[in-house]
Design a protein around this ligand. Structure first.
Ligand SMILES: [Zn+2]
Length: 241
């Protein structure tokens, strides 16, 4: 029969089974279930493993209150931190550290990309699009050439007119790929330093792919629909009056 090193509660077969025992100083040191549960959930919350090198004395002290530690429980976990630190091979600590640094670098990179993309999106949103060849109140000051943007989608054969949806799958897919194609068209204009696209229209291409099967039959693959948005990238200027 042992007592919980933190709360002093007796730990036995029937009153809270011994849940976490670490051998120290010539004897087993045991925490009762409820005391060890709070430590376990702290580790789980941080996604730490049992012998994570981030379990340090500082980590224990930072979480002392949340763990409701008594003096003996605190000493127990501080010893545990020392033990964890002592069993981690130095090169593992090094590689974990590098891994962390790499993760942090990627996170920063993603954040920067996100911000840059937001800026680009704001600029793209300002680009004017017309199926005609001029804009009221603007004059065209530069023609930068013919540009295009495209996208494609697969439509399952059984999904085109799916159960009374009257081709909704198809029209929804068309709306989606047209939007992407237009966005690409705007991107192409932006890359040329233009702020508008004139004479915009869409071209469509449908594919009906089939392949021969091993048994000599025909495998009908999903339809492919491609859309291309075309236009002329231009620079326009507001006409002052
Ligand atoms: Zn306890």
């Amino acid at each position: 029969m042992a007592n919980c090193v933190n709360c002093g509660k007796k730990i036995g077969m029937f009153n809270g089974c011994s849940d976490w025992t670490v051998y120290w100083g010539g004897q087993d040191q045991t925490m009762c279930q409820s005391c060890s549960d709070s430590f376990k959930s702290l580790l789980a919350k941080n996604e730490y493993s049992w012998r994570d090198e981030r379990i340090t004395r500082e980590f224990i002290l930072q979480n002392e209150e949340a763990l409701h530690l008594q003096k003996t429980g605190l000493n127990f976990l501080l010893d545990y931190a020392d033990y964890v630190q002592s069993v981690i091979p130095p090169d593992e600590v090094e590689s974990k550290k590098r891994e962390e640094e790499e993760k942090e670098r990627l996170r920063k990179q993603m954040e920067e990309d996100r911000i840059r993309q937001q800026e680009v999106n704001r600029e793209l949103a300002k680009i004017l699009i017309s199926s005609g060849f001029n804009f009221d109140g603007y004059r065209i000051v530069k023609y930068s050439g013919y540009i295009s943007g495209d996208d494609a989608v697969q439509i399952p054969r059984s999904g085109v007119f799916d159960r009374g949806r009257n081709g909704q799958n198809l029209t929804e897919a068309l709306v989606r790929i047209r939007r992407v194609a237009l966005q690409e068209l705007k991107q192409a204009a932006y890359d040329l330093g233009c702020n508008a696209v004139i004479g915009v229209d869409f071209d469509y291409l449908t594919l009906d792919p089939q392949t021969a099967t091993i048994t000599g039959g025909t495998l009908y693959e999903p339809y492919v629909i491609c859309v291309t948005a075309n236009g002329n990238a231009v620079v326009i200027e507001k006409i002052e009056d």
